[in-house]
Write a protein that binds this ligand. Structure first.
Ligand code: MIC
Ligand code: SF4
Length: 753
């Protein structure tokens, strides 16, 4: 399944490219820097790229896409005029499977319900030389880790958790579909040279503490925006003691602090994992360039000199953590959670414990969780909460079934869902969720934004390690601390759970019958891709209008969003995932989760033409009909979370011209640029407070739009008073071209014709 020739080529070129970079920068390099400089699109055009400032053209080695974002990515790629993808690429069917009954049943239902979309993805993959992983094969990031990731490589993926592959020493970055199109079309992929955050791990994990706790702790320190624009590099003795899949977990959740990606240097744990997953050859080649797959020793001797920020964590002292509710950076050590929950009025009773997902479903995770489940079975404990398992891949599922773990979970009352995203992305048909009852769930996934798992805004979701999820589900209480507390079993005896034990890798090796991979046709030129014109789920894309070259004037405020506005708020997932390939239909969810700052309600904004209140998409469609441009205003870290470019394409399609916020999350800001929108930030954050409900916006100097130069907007209030607001932007020359052309894709098309 993997591309050994490509990997060999990367390793052949690596030493020379790194040496040239070292000379150029005239200093030792960190590991991430080595990979970045070895992947310049124009290796000869090497210069010292200033971190956090310079835009750099890169040449990633591969692309991965998941079904919910691949539809838009491939609809765009089809418009690029290319015959095959320029780099190895894969499509993974994982997001559209709903968890309801059990893995087998749910997979069958999904195959019928999503047939049109799967057929589309399969035929596009076949046509353009893209590897296709069928529904049931597993979750993109687990499948990538098992098959495609390799130390020293660089990849992008249309999903924010692409960063998971940092666990195998890869620079892996989540992007929107339009970025994937660049790479698949053989063009340069642009990224601002990231800053570097070093995390030094000392000591060793033990007892109940797991790799998950490292990132839960880091999330508490950095918060959801603390990693923005940076690569987090982990190092130190502690790093070496963590398994490759444990490293994957840590890197995966780097997305939750906004980091561009996270990475560990190549070490024995990675070598073991490569060998266990049938990639002895990759390990062999990696070993020949080992020194280049690590930072230079001087970096570790004096990390402060080489990283923009350094954090130190002693794994020996790290307590298990529980993060949440509603945000993944609210970190509480297990010893405190009972008290904190009580103070905040969080429901103590746990209704469901869920393990698995792309973040935490390695063999090690499952075996450790199973060791807890086993105790419940053997010691006659009743499991109080419901318990579910979503394996990350068919290979993991098959292997853990063979090794008896699934049967242990089942004896404890657990239910195994399909190898798919399921509850992690609102694809959970949870009985009773519509009642909106206040309740608590604990899971080993990565995100816990409001409504994410089951659509119920009153579900308090907490993120923790799989072993702790298992213990908490057995106890059924959030204030249960397995390190100190006992449970009463069915015979009335006091039982203390012993700490989890597991195996890093299966001693009998991994096994699988059908990994679900389908190779593309050798010559796809005759493959037909069809999209039914009356389809509700797929719609061919039309090119967005180029900019008319004039200042935007008379733009109305559509919504001023208050507080957290993630991509889940801008383009909700769950039931809306059905429309990911149909721009007009999915636009009906535009910003329906955002809170209107003027009435604190969701999906209820003023239509300035009629004076009436209505749903955001409805009001926006009215403005569009009337030919009136609009502006969206937002708070900090606007667009955090997912890579879904729908959050940018929907406003673009419905006629929003500019999104003006205090700050952006990286992927979303790029997605806006790619789709030809204006993504701008207040020079003075307090100007956010000046924006009123009936405001009209007049751009003053958009005609002079240029890199490094602020833009000015006159805001006219209902009473006739005016404010002048200065706005920052990060557009470079090329990105301004995208704006002028109407989108980046319009430009690609022009260049290919
Ligand atoms: C997520 O975890 O939010 C998702 C669903 O995987 C998204 C991608 C999407 O919205 O399709 C992501 O993280 O990028
Ligand atoms: Fe799927 Fe959840 Fe992982 Fe996103 S975070 S890829 S939804 S399992």
């Amino acid at each position: 399944m993997f591309d050994l020739e490509l990997i060999k080529k990367v390793y052949e070129e690596l030493p020379e490219r790194v040496e040239i970079a070292k000379k150029k920068l005239n200093r030792p390099l960190t590991y991430a820097e080595k990979i970045l400089y070895a992947h310049l699109f124009e290796p000869k055009a090497i210069e010292v790229f200033e971190r956090g400032k310079a835009y750099v053209d890169f040449a990633p080695d591969r692309v991965a896409m998941q079904d919910a974002t691949a539809q838009m990515a491939l609809l765009q790629f089809m418009n690029s005029g290319k015959k095959t993808t320029a780099v190895p690429s894969t499509v993974h069917c994982d997001h559209l499977i709903q968890a309801q009954v059990d893995g087998k049943t749910d997979l069958g239902v999904a195959q019928t319900a999503n047939k049109e979309v799967y057929d589309f993805l399969e035929s596009v993959s076949n046509k353009y030389g893209i590897g296709f992983l069928k529904p049931g094969a597993g979750i993109i990031h687990q499948v990538v880790l098992e098959n495609y990731a390799f130390p020293g490589g660089m990849m992008i993926g249309t999903d924010s958790h692409t960063v998971n592959a940092g666990g195998l020493g890869m620079v892996a970055i989540g992007v929107g579909g339009a970025d994937a199109v660049d790479v698949m079309a053989g063009m340069a992929w642009e990224l601002k040279m990231p800053k570097l955050i070093g995390v030094k791990l000392t000591g060793k994990l033990s007892g109940w503490s797991a790799s998950k706790d490292v990132i839960l702790k880091v999330a508490g320190i950095l918060t959801v925006k603390g990693g923005t624009g940076a690569i987090i590099e982990y190092f130190g003795e502690g790093a070496k003691s963590i398994s490759a899949t444990g490293k994957g977990t840590i890197c995966n959740m780097g997305a939750e602090v906004g980091a561009t990606t996270s990475i560990f240097a190549y070490d024995n744990s990675m070598e073991r994992y490569l060998k266990a997953t049938g990639r002895e050859e990759v390990a062999k080649y990696a070993n020949t360039v080992k020194d280049y797959l690590d930072a230079d020793p001087e970096v570790y001797e004096n990390p402060d000199l080489y990283y923009d920020q350094v954090i130190e964590i002693d794994l020996s002292k790290l307590e298990p953590h529980i993060n949440g509710p509603f945000t993944p950076d609210r970190a509480t050590p297990i010893s405190m959670i009972g008290k904190v929950a009580k103070e905040n009025g969080w429901p103590i009773d746990i209704s469901v414990g869920l393990i698995g997902s792309c973040t935490n479903s390695s063999y090690e995770d499952i075996s450790r969780a199973a060791s807890i489940a086993q105790q419940a079975v053997e010691k006659n404990l009743k499991t109080v909460s419901e318990f579910t398992i979503t394996p990350g891949s068919e290979q993991v599922r098959y292997t853990i079934e063979r090794d008896g773990f699934i049967s242990i979970f089942e004896k404890m009352g657990g239910k195994v869902f399909a190898n798919a995203c399921g509850p992690c992305i609102g694809q959970w048909s949870r009985e009773g969720a519509e009642k909106g009852e206040k309740n608590t769930i604990v899971h080993s996934f990565n995100r816990n934004f409001s409504k994410r798992a089951d659509g119920n805004p009153n579900t308090h979701a907490f993120v923790t390690s799989p072993e702790l999820v298992t213990a908490l589900a057995i106890a059924g209480r959030l204030d249960f601390n397995p390190l100190t507390d006992s449970l009463t079993n069915k015979n009335g005896e006091q039982i203390k759970l012993t700490p989890p034990v597991g195996e890093e890798l299966p001693s009998k090796g991994f096994a699988v019958e059908d990994a679900g991979y389908q190779a593309p046709a050798a010559d796809g030129s005759r493959v037909q891709v069809s999209v039914a014109p009356d389809s509700g789920r797929l719609q061919l894309l039309y090119p967005f209008e180029p900019w008319n070259g004039r200042n935007i004037t008379g733009a109305k405020l559509l919504i001023k969003a208050l507080g957290k506005c993630t991509t889940d708020h801008i383009s909700m997932a769950g039931p809306w995932l059905r429309y990911r390939g149909h721009l007009d239909n999915i636009s009906n969810n535009m910003l329906i989760g955002a809170i209107n700052a003027f009435n604190n309600e969701t999906n209820n904004v003023k239509n300035q033409i009629s004076g009436e209140y209505d749903a955001v998409p409805t009001v926006q469609r009215k403005y569009k009909e009337a030919g009136i441009p609009t502006v969206v205003v937002g708070d900090q870290n606007y667009g955090e979370g997912s890579s879904r470019e729908h959050a940018a394409m929907e406003p673009r399609h419905l006629g929003v011209m500019a999104v003006i916020v205090k700050s952006f999350a990286r992927i979303h800001e790029t997605n806006l640029k790619k789709q030809g929108m204006l993504g701008l930030t207040f020079v003075n954050e307090n100007d956010y407070d000046l924006i009123q409900e009936n405001d009209t916006f007049n751009f003053i100097d958009l005609v002079e739009f240029a890199p490094g130069k602020t833009l000015n907007v006159q805001v006219v209030h209902a009473d006739g008073t005016k404010d002048k607001i200065e706005l920052n932007h990060t557009y470079n020359e090329q990105q301004i071209e995208w704006f002028r052309a109407g989108s980046a894709l319009n430009l690609i098309k022009r260049e290919n014709n």
